[in-house]
Design a protein. Sequence first.
Length: 455
Amino acid sequence: MIRFASEHLDKWLKSNNRKPLVIRGARQVGKTWIIRNLAASHNLKLIELNLEKNPSFAGLFSDNNPKNILLNIESELETSINPETSLLFLDEIQAAPELFAKLRWFKEELGNLPVIAAGSLLEFTLNEFQFSMPVGRISYFFLEPFSFFEFLHATGNKLLLKKLKSFSFDDSIPDSIHEKCLNLYHDYCLVGGMPEPLQTWIDTGKLEECIKTQQDLLATFRDDFHKYGGRFDPKLLYKLSVSVARQLGNKFVYSRVDSLAKAMMIKKCISLMSDARVFSKVCHTSGNGLPLGAETNDKFFKMLFIDIGLVSAQLGLSRMSHDQARDMTLKNKGGLAEQFVGQQIRSSCTPLSEPFLFYWQRTSGRQGEIDYIVQEGSRIIPIEIKSGTAGSMKSLHLFMADKHLDLAVRFNSNLPTIEKIVVKTTQGDPVSYTLMSVPLYLAEKIHELLGIKCL
């Protein structure tokens, strides 16, 4: 299976100003695979040190001289290392966080050796330990689960992918292709973008086999709970993961996790699981200006799970009949459409920058909510999500009138259109703006499509 992020790794490898690279992402998203694939595709000798499986390897870095460190590694592994034809990979570096400080010496004194570090719980580890990070001497690389476009490529729909990637509003999508894309969108909602269930789907075509791997992955995350120092009740963390799936698309409410648990404890658990990248927070924004995070209300936020396939497993959709699950997907039960779009927006932002998501909600007075707010250049763009073909846009009209904006996006199950909206809000105020209506399966192209001019 191909990862689009590999193109960025190729550019990093060929860069004249290459710095040691730190790959960040949740467990099981394919960090180790993508590095091994990089070495193989460039005929590099991979020197892989797993610091979780072999904690003693950390002692090989006791010296600050990279050449001496290489001598130690050669002696330990009984293999020669030529910096010009090798790649040093420090896997699960969170098990030896003191090694971060050593990376600077490879940049300064052994720049011809490509060095990559990866770990699944880096943020958690970095918050726990106090040491000097080599600021300016390392680069970060963020890896998410397979996006929908990557899913299309992996499942053999390469020509369809080519058409979708080249789509513009000057083109049209035939009804039959539109229906095919919606069916594949439905498959992705059930299978998801985690590599192992996706590979199972490709190999067997059986959803029940995917369920087994999804349940194994969820069990892995639960087992990871014990690695957080025993400070949190694993049962509470489990309830939290189920509650995140059930509260998708809504303002997150602590009491819905466990009515007997203290809100502060749940808040700490959310922070912990967000650091582990199992969850991601959709932060509230006022939408008044840039940056979007300048005016927020911490009491208002939504949560996403790492992957939509795991959400479906948590909600039991994978155990329904194909038609029943499709119906639930298209009717947005559990906020699956919001999870899908949020996941694709995050993928479109990576791997070179960390993805952040925002939404808008009235914090007092009359109700109103916009599913996502994104920045495109100097513009603020509201995004509404309708899992079916219809739905009210009262909140969007109010937001456009209040913020004096001229372009909005709606994701739904219809064919793509651009139209001029001229209406009055529920308060009787006139509002006029361009509405770009995009089928859900094109969510990954959102930033590219936003380059259009308003009508």
